[in-house]
Design a protein around this ligand. Structure first.
Ligand code: FES
Ligand code: FES
Length: 162
């Protein structure tokens, strides 16, 4: 079946089997291997992408279900392949990653989370991160990264509005 998508701001078309997941479509057909596959059954969150602005697990969706939608993977978060998004910068600055396997899923989830909860408490941050698993960091650096990203995001918004 033909699937038409906007991926990271570009129109894409792929011919896929109906049972192919969105994760496999992104990785195999579009070469976007920044979307990682861990558990492949909806538990770890490493395959998270934005679908029309909402965080979804791309291992749980068929590619054909995304037909006509806009997808943002980790490669498109910054809008420019040479730079980092604000959330990615926060992860880098706070050492919110070790092996990095889980990181694309975390930065996507955190991006969606902060769009909904711009000034989160630590409890809200932990709750917001509960759908993503990390085997390396112990989560402290990740929580710090979200705190920093929230602050940078608020500062950036205050500057552009004032
Ligand atoms: S690979 Fe999709 S949730 Fe784990
Ligand atoms: S940094 Fe290794 S799994 Fe999270």
């Amino acid at each position: 079946m033909d699937v038409n998508l906007i991926v990271n701001g570009e129109r894409c078309r792929a011919r896929v089997e109906p049972r192919k997941t969105l994760a496999d479509l992104l990785r195999e057909d579009l070469g976007l291997t920044g979307t990682h596959l861990g558990c492949e059954h909806g538990v770890c969150g490493s395959c998270t992408v934005l679908l029309d602005g909402l965080a979804v697990r791309s291992c749980l969706m068929f590619g054909v279900q995304a037909d006509g939608s806009e997808v943002t993977s980790v490669e498109g978060l910054a809008g420019d392949p040479e730079s980092l998004s604000l959330v990615q910068r926060a992860f880098q600055e706070t050492h919110g990653l070790q092996c990095g396997f889980c990181t694309p899923g975390f930065v996507i989830s955190v991006t969606a989370f902060l769009a909904e909860v711009p000034d989160p408490t630590d409890e809200q941050i932990r709750d917001g991160l509960s759908g993503n698993l990390c085997r390396c960091t112990g989560y402290q650096g990740i929580v710090q990264a979200v705190r920093l990203a929230a602050r940078l995001r608020r500062e950036e918004r205050a500057e552009t509005s004032g």
